[in-house]
Design a protein around this ligand. Structure first.
Ligand SMILES: NC(=O)c1ccc[n+]([C@@H]2O[C@H](COP(=O)([O-])OP(=O)(O)OC[C@H]3O[C@@H](n4cnc5c(N)ncnc54)[C@H](O)[C@@H]3O)[C@@H](O)[C@H]2O)c1
Length: 261
């Protein structure tokens, strides 16, 4: 018996940490409902999961749009019978200060990074209640604790995810639903690759940027999406039965110190 046999997991974001998590949960026996806006990434995920024999429904959806999340939940429930796990990994990462960020970009970050978590909870929690409980993991960031410069909207969304995680955990604990977040440091994914290429896409030496980012972490390297997926899988599993309302850092010690050499 595998750790997620018989479980159904809704995952947002079909690249990076979302993809690694879908792969890990599927390897544990879960059926996967994945939602992503990137059609070619969706196709790659679907091909890999189906090729590995997993049960998967990969849906092209903008997870900041209520009807699209409602329909994705409904399609997943129609295909697999319910939802037991939600992993919210989809996000955008705009650069800018409050002055240089226009209001449209600000609102987009709020609605993709935070609104999507509200939407998957709004439509998904009633399905989890019908199954007798479940687990939600939201992917936040170390930037929710201590932020870099020039990412005002992104960092704000990550702090909001910590708060929304606590609110969901308290409101639904007695329904058997556990809600936690993870806060990664730098992880080798498309979002970090964009950061490595620089705000204007000019710095093309991605590997040396990754080395530089890694050196900022006491452990001396950046993290891998599979390492984050493993933590998320633990939090989704029955082994984490007493964990709720908490954030779990996975940052190579980044936020443990100040000015560490
Ligand atoms: N990689 C890192 O260094 C790092 C560090 C801390 C936190 N995070 C967080 O991890 C999560 C996953 O990011 P990642 O690192 O895997 O990068 P990623 O770019 O691979 O993943 C983000 C995914 O969200 C999807 N997405 C964006 N807008 C969407 C929308 N409107 N609807 C549906 N899907 C949408 C993208 O297509 C992409 O697949 C994000 O929440 C990110 O903020 C990443």
């Amino acid at each position: 018996m595998k750790d997620f046999d018989g479980k159904v997991a809704l995952v947002t974001g079909t690249t990076g940490i979302g993809f690694a998590t879908a792969r890990r949960l599927a390897a544990g026996g879960a059926a996967i409902i994945a939602c992503g806006i990137d059609r070619s990434a969706n196709a790659a995920m679907e091909a890999e999961l189906e090729g590995s024999g997993a049960k998967a429904l990969v849906i092209g959806a903008d997870v900041s749009v209520p009807d699209q999340v409602r329909d994705a939940v409904a399609a997943g429930v129609a295909k697999f019978g319910g939802i037991d796990i939600i992993v919210n990994s989809a996000a955008v990462h705009p650069y800018g200060t409050a002055v240089s960020t226009d209001f449209e970009t600000w609102n987009r970050a709020m609605s993709v990074n935070v609104g999507s978590i509200y939407l998957t909870a709004h439509f998904g929690i009633p399905e989890m209640v019908r199954r007798g409980g479940g687990a939600i993991v939201n992917v936040a960031s170390v930037q929710g604790f201590a932020c870099q410069q020039n990412v005002a909207a992104y960092a704000t969304t990550k702090g909001a995810i910590h708060t929304l995680t606590r609110a969901l955990a308290l409101d639904h604990a007695r329904s058997g639903i556990r809600v936690n977040s993870v806060s990664p440091g730098s992880i080798r994914t498309p979002i970090l690759e964009k950061a490595a290429r620089g705000e204007n896409g000019t710095d093309a030496d991605v590997e040396s940027a990754y080395k530089r980012f890694g050196e900022a972490h006491p452990i001396g390297r950046i993290g891998e999406p599979e390492e984050v997926a493993e933590l998320i899988a633990f939090l989704c599993s029955s082994k984490a039965g007493f964990c709720t309302g908490a954030d779990y850092k996975i940052d190579g010690g980044l936020t443990a110190g100040i000015g560490v050499k």
